[in-house]
Design a protein around this ligand. Structure first.
Ligand SMILES: [Zn+2]
Length: 117
């Protein structure tokens, strides 16, 4: 596996993750997924770049899902719904559990499940 395109994110290095020796899904399903991925990457939708955002703490341009810039010790809070950073403009604290989240994601979640996670 290679890490092309995710080097400057907080996504872990793919070579340092321990993977299970056996797959938990069937060879048939693996083939289906492989075909789907191949079809996707060879289609016209070739924008395979990560969506970026400006870090609210350092001003650096980083992957939108990263909680912090690579060399920064300051980290954004993690949204309890998505795991993405809580953005200042969206920041919300759940009245029930007091945890931080992005308001839109919280609204979507609560709209479907009628309770917070
Ligand atoms: Zn809650």
């Amino acid at each position: 596996m290679n890490n092309d395109g995710i080097e400057n994110t907080d996504i872990p290095n793919l070579n340092s993750i321990k993977l299970p020796e056996k797959s938990s899904i069937s060879q048939e399903k693996i083939g289906e997924v492989r075909n789907y991925v191949l079809q996707f990457v060879s289609s016209d939708q070739k924008n395979m770049n990560l969506d970026m955002r400006k870090c609210e703490l350092t001003g650096e341009t980083i992957f939108e899902g990263s909680l912090k810039s690579q060399n920064s010790t300051k980290s954004a809070e993690e949204c309890i719904i998505t795991g993405f950073p809580v953005l200042k403009s969206q920041s919300y604290s759940c009245n029930n559990c007091k945890k931080s989240c992005n308001k839109n994601d919280w609204n979507t979640y609560v709209g479907v499940f009628n309770s917070c996670p």
